[in-house]
Design a protein around this ligand. Structure first.
Ligand code: FB9
Length: 552
């Protein structure tokens, strides 16, 4: 006969127990099975994640037998005493009174103490010093903290120790006693083996010391089912899956299919998981769309220095344009010459000599440097391209209307890496083209944006940007962090940027920007940006992040 597998051993043990007794208590049956078939029961447990209770392991076996109608189960509950945490500790590591007896030899090794009782002015006894010693040492005699007041436990233990003979007190002096047994520990072990058979008066003694507690225990009454069999060799081969052959041959008509278990939990589905940045990007994108902004195409990450810097009136000597701050592309090193040479010359003119009321930057504009390809350092380069396209439409059609655009995409800066900075990040930018827009208009758009993600208290601080004037840093009170945080930067694009594009007098552009990483790290409590992006990202973190909580 083939060796029974561990499940069959357990199933047959259940059926045999049921054969002997018309009904079984699942809690008692569980104890019996663990005691009689420890190896098989342990193999069953390995199917589950850690720390599954014995009764839960048995319950899965009972469900399977019930689904075959071999047994029937009925939910029951009863109140019974179980060891309290303190009772469990003493049953495992010994009673405190026995520990007191164990401490006597070490105490007697200590040099004798002389101290006067502050009230009677008489010398304190050795017993007094021993009781102080117990309160100091008793907590160290256990592998986990004693539950409760140490002095109370110590005093009770000292009295029990004398009563049980674990130590003796003669003429106010302590002497070793008989430590061959630990009655309380033995009683607790006997109780835990079968609480239902434990004498009531003994339970009362344990209750007084909080070593047992009354709990409601859920269990199942097990009885023979409609299709009860004395052992699993008699069980019909359960067929679970219907096959093509069964249908073709008609064999399916004679097969006893296992009933579908609609209560079975589905297995974990390992599917794709959205990155936290993607979740936050989606929310911010919804905010812009709700505010009526159109999305810009930011798919070209390589930009010419002209659009990234010069078109924004950012001078060619500006420090952020050197290798330390910008990634220059080797191949192709240069962008094509601008088709709109008139616009190009207006930009060059305004850098070298000024115009439209500006005195310019007064330097020799380098026609080669402006063609250098780079990884864009901000999405404002795309904003500039879009504004030029709008101006071109205006030039062609003579029609111009207020426009609102936004972008959210990667930008690259040759930064020193640290816990909050990488050489790239995702920038958000929004701009509004309109007539005679003011800082008040800009503040209003910024308020409308950040209030949709739950930050309604906004403050502004004057700042400097090469391509906006005036400029403002944006601060918001974060209700979750309960403090003010910097949330971005903003400004009105300079006339030196807007006017050479061909916009009519009086039209201007307000804009603001922030990042995705900062809000994502705040929302998901991530302190190290390299946990969010890069080779060390934990896939488990990606799988675990909940849906974004940005409110809008
Ligand atoms: O994102 C930033 N902070 C932020 C944003 C949103 C947020 O949401 C709350 C959780 C719900 C929380 C915080 N900052 C901008 C501020 C700081 O993190 C700052 O230390 C880092 N800044 C980056 C700059 O790094 C070099 C964030 C990034 C940034 C700064 C300015 C702009 C864009 C991104 C801009 C701009 C701009 C200005 C004028 C015209 C057009 C664009």
């Amino acid at each position: 006969m083939p060796k029974e597998d561990h499940l069959t051993v357990i199933e047959n043990a259940i059926l045999a127990a049921l054969q002997k007794s018309g009904s079984l208590d699942s809690q008692q049956l569980c104890k019996d099975l663990v005691a009689q078939h420890p190896t098989e029961f342990e193999k069953l447990r390995r199917k589950y994640e850690d720390n599954v209770a014995d009764h839960q392991v048995l319950y899965q076996v009972l469900l399977s037998l019930e689904s075959q109608e071999i047994i029937s189960l009925s939910n029951q509950s009863k109140q019974m005493y179980q060891l309290s945490p303190e009772g469990e500790l003493y049953a495992k590591e010994g009673s405190p009174e026995h520990k007191c007896g164990e401490l006597v030899p070490a105490f007697l090794q200590l040099p004798p103490k002389e101290e006067l009782d502050p009230k009677t002015k008489k010398p304190l006894s050795q017993v007094h010093f021993f009781q102080r010693y117990i309160n100091e040492q008793l907590p160290h005699q256990y592998s986990q903290p004693l539950p409760g007041d140490i002095a109370k436990i110590g005093n009770l233990a000292f009295g029990k120790a004398k009563q049980s003979g674990y130590l003796k007190v003669e003429n106010q002096c302590v002497k070793p006693g008989d430590l061959s047994t630990d009655k309380t520990k033995d009683t607790l072990i006997q109780f835990s083996q079968d609480p239902s058979k434990f004498p009531e008066k003994e339970i009362k003694f344990l209750k007084q010391r909080n070593l047992v507690s009354l709990v409601t225990v859920k269990w199942f009454e097990i009885k023979k089912g409609e299709k009860y069999i004395p052992d699993m060799s008699k069980a019909k081969q359960r067929v679970v899956d219907l096959t093509e052959d069964m249908v073709k041959s008609g064999e399916w008509k004679n097969i006893d299919f296992a009933p579908l278990n609609f209560n079975a939990s589905a297995g974990p589905i390992s599917s794709g998981h959205e990155h936290p940045l993607t979740k936050i990007r989606y929310d911010f994108r919804q905010v812009f769309l709700q505010m009526g902004f159109e999305e810009m195409d930011t798919s070209k990450w390589i930009e010419s220095s002209f659009w990234n810097f010069d078109s924004l009136f950012q001078g060619q000597q500006h420090p952020c344009r050197d290798m330390h701050d910008t990634f220059f592309i080797k191949v192709p090193q240069y962008a094509h010459e601008l088709e709109d040479t008139a616009y190009y010359n207006r930009v060059k003119e305004i850098h070298e000599k000024g115009g439209f009321g500006s005195i310019g930057l007064r330097y020799d504009f380098d026609d080669k440097f402006t063609q250098q390809n780079i990884l864009r350092t901000h999405t404002t380069a795309v904003s500039s391209r879009y504004l030029k396209m709008i101006a071109d439409e205006y030039k062609k059609t003579g029609e111009l209307r207020p426009r609102k655009f936004f972008s959210i995409d990667r930008v690259y800066r040759n930064e020193t890496l640290d816990a909050t900075h990488l050489a790239e990040f995702s920038q958000l930018e929004g701009f509004v083209l309109g007539k005679n827009l003011s800082l008040a208009d800009l503040m209003s758009y910024i308020y409308g944006f950040f209030s949709r993600i739950g930050m309604e208290e906004i403050e502004f601080k004057p700042a400097y940007n090469p391509y906006t004037e005036p400029s403002m840093e944006i601060f918001a009170y974060h209700p979750g962090l309960k403090r003010w945080i910097e949330v971005g930067n903003s400004g009105i694009f300079r006339p030196e940027m807007i006017m050479p594009m061909g916009f009519p007098e009086g039209w201007n552009v307000v804009a603001w920007g922030c990042s995705l990483e900062r809000p994502t790290m705040i929302e998901y409590g991530i302190n190290e940006i390299r946990s969010l992006e890069g080779p060390n990202v934990s896939l488990q973190l990606i799988k675990n992040v909940p849906i974004a909580r940005l409110t809008f």
